[in-house]
Design a protein around this ligand. Structure first.
Ligand SMILES: [Zn+2]
Length: 233
């Protein structure tokens, strides 16, 4: 990738199920770019106030500052002069608008790195990842390890009925499963966006299991920065 001319942009997609290390890989690429003194900006979706009000900050090395945005359309206006790399985590929570944004950035010479779930809890393609895969120059499909049998796992199995309130520790509500162990009937009929909410919450809490310090920001909405935690999400 680094052999390309510097004035040419491109799109990299990191996708896979929960617990496959997508965020960790995104952070690794971001940090490597920063080591080369490249100008990097990182964004993540701010789904609603509940999530803005509960940011988890890890003190592990696997975390980076990020800017929460309500929609992908906000990103271009937030870009700083001379930005060379734009990373977007949890990209499945943005609508298809994010595809246009990524294309525009890449066309203007920016290296775009996005990470997100490629399948929802039903095992169905999770927009806009399929669209991003189509237009990306580089695609990395990560796999987790099936928590039932230990084989490579590409799906996120929701456990329980998923109808309770969203909890910080919701990573327990999901397991990485292989094709053979994935069971659609174990999930409830909750709407996909509900699943999306749980997935986001879960990923946010993933880092806390390995972090001895975590804190809640009182009013992150007023803070321009959030934290992406590179746990095992
Ligand atoms: Zn399995």
């Amino acid at each position: 990738m680094q052999r390309l001319q510097q004035d040419i942009g491109w799109i990299e997609v990191i996708c896979g199920p929960m617990f496959s290390g997508k965020t960790e890989e995104l952070i690794r690429r971001v940090n490597r770019a920063r080591l080369a003194r490249q100008h990097v900006q990182i964004f993540k979706p701010a789904i609603d106030d509940r999530y803005n009000a509960r940011q988890i900050v890890s003190h592990s090395r696997h975390s980076v500052d990020s800017i929460p945005v309500e929609t992908a359309g906000e990103i271009p206006a937030l870009l700083q002069e001379g930005v060379q790399v734009v990373a977007i985590d949890e990209v499945q929570f943005f609508g298809n608008e994010v595809v246009e944004v990524c294309e525009g950035l890449a066309d203007s010479g920016v290296r775009v790195v996005v990470a997100g779930l490629d399948q929802d809890y039903r095992g169905a393609p999770f927009d806009p990842i399929p669209q991003l895969l189509s237009v990306a120059e580089y695609v990395t499909k990560q796999l987790a390890i099936c928590m039932v049998c230990g084989n490579p796992a590409g799906r996120s199995q929701r456990l329980g009925d998923g109808t309770g309130r969203i909890e910080v520790g919701a990573s327990e509500a999901y397991e990485a499963r292989c094709r053979g162990c994935f069971r659609l009937e174990e999930t409830s009929g909750a709407a996909p966006d509900r699943q999306a909410e749980l997935a986001l919450e879960s990923s946010g809490s993933a880092g806390s299991t390995s972090s001895d310090e975590m804190l809640e920001q009182a009013s992150p909405k007023t803070s321009a920065r959030a934290r992406i935690v590179g746990g095992d999400q």
